[in-house]
Design a protein around this ligand. Structure first.
Ligand SMILES: N[C@@H](CCC(=O)N[C@@H](CS)C(=O)NCC(=O)O)C(=O)O
Length: 203
């Protein structure tokens, strides 16, 4: 089994690394250089037609892409500790929160990165006004998340789940590209401190 990924600050491979660390699964990552555009090579596109990382290739050659799908595979093969919930209600809530974090929190960060950040300027036609408009969208997402975290310690409930991993990697990447969490989002900052204190956050 080979896990293709990329080191920090790439947020999606980090989601898998944190997930594996929480599970106690030792699976070293094989780096695909994003700087050298190796993810767009024919070799990597044969594994993932979108030319993205992470991708997990199983021993029988099956290639699984999409971060949450890769994590789902490991949840099924090694259920403990559970990170996708255990009861039908918990599982549904975790799915709900993963989708919300991906759509509402990650999307503006990704749009800002692609359309407003100098590091990506050479890779695509940037629509700077659109890119910059995502600052406010991300701020709105943080305000919303801050309210939600008044109700519970972790994103999807009383326990740490993959939804926290998705949010943590997004907030850290956002900070790296110049979108820090302001002091007005005190609950997000407190939650960030809690999840960052876990050893897995070093992954
Ligand atoms: N939906 C994918 C997104 C993967 C993704 O965007 N990965 C980034 C690295 S963090 C990448 O490969 N970017 C290059 C590209 O999209 O061309 C997932 O959840 O895994």
């Amino acid at each position: 089994m080979i896990l293709y990924g990329a080191p920090m600050p790439a947020p999606n491979p980090r989601r898998v690394r944190i997930f594996l660390a929480e599970k106690g699964i030792d699976l070293p990552e094989t780096a695909v250089s994003l700087m050298q555009r190796e993810h767009k090579s024919p070799e990597h596109r044969a594994r993932n037609s979108l030319g993205q990382v992470p991708t997990l290739v199983l021993d029988d050659g099956t290639a699984i892409s999409e971060t949450v799908a890769i994590c789902r595979y490991f949840e099924e093969t090694q259920p403990d500790p559970p990170l996708f919930g255990t009861t039908p209600v918990e599982k549904a809530l975790v799915d709900m929160w993963v989708r919300r974090i991906e759509f509402i929190l990650m999307t503006p960060v990704g749009n800002f990165w692609r359309h407003a950040h100098p590091r990506t300027a050479a890779l695509l036609t940037q629509y700077k006004d659109f890119g910059e408009s995502n600052r406010e969208a991300y701020e709105g997402a943080l305000r919303w998340l801050d309210q939600e975290l008044a109700e519970r310690p972790f994103v999807a409930g009383e326990t740490y789940t993959i939804a926290d991993i998705c949010a943590l990697t997004t907030v850290d990447f956002a900070d790296w590209i110049g979108l820090p969490v302001g002091e007005e989002h005190g609950r997000v900052r407190a939650w960030h401190g809690r999840v960052s204190a876990r050893p897995s956050a070093q992954a």
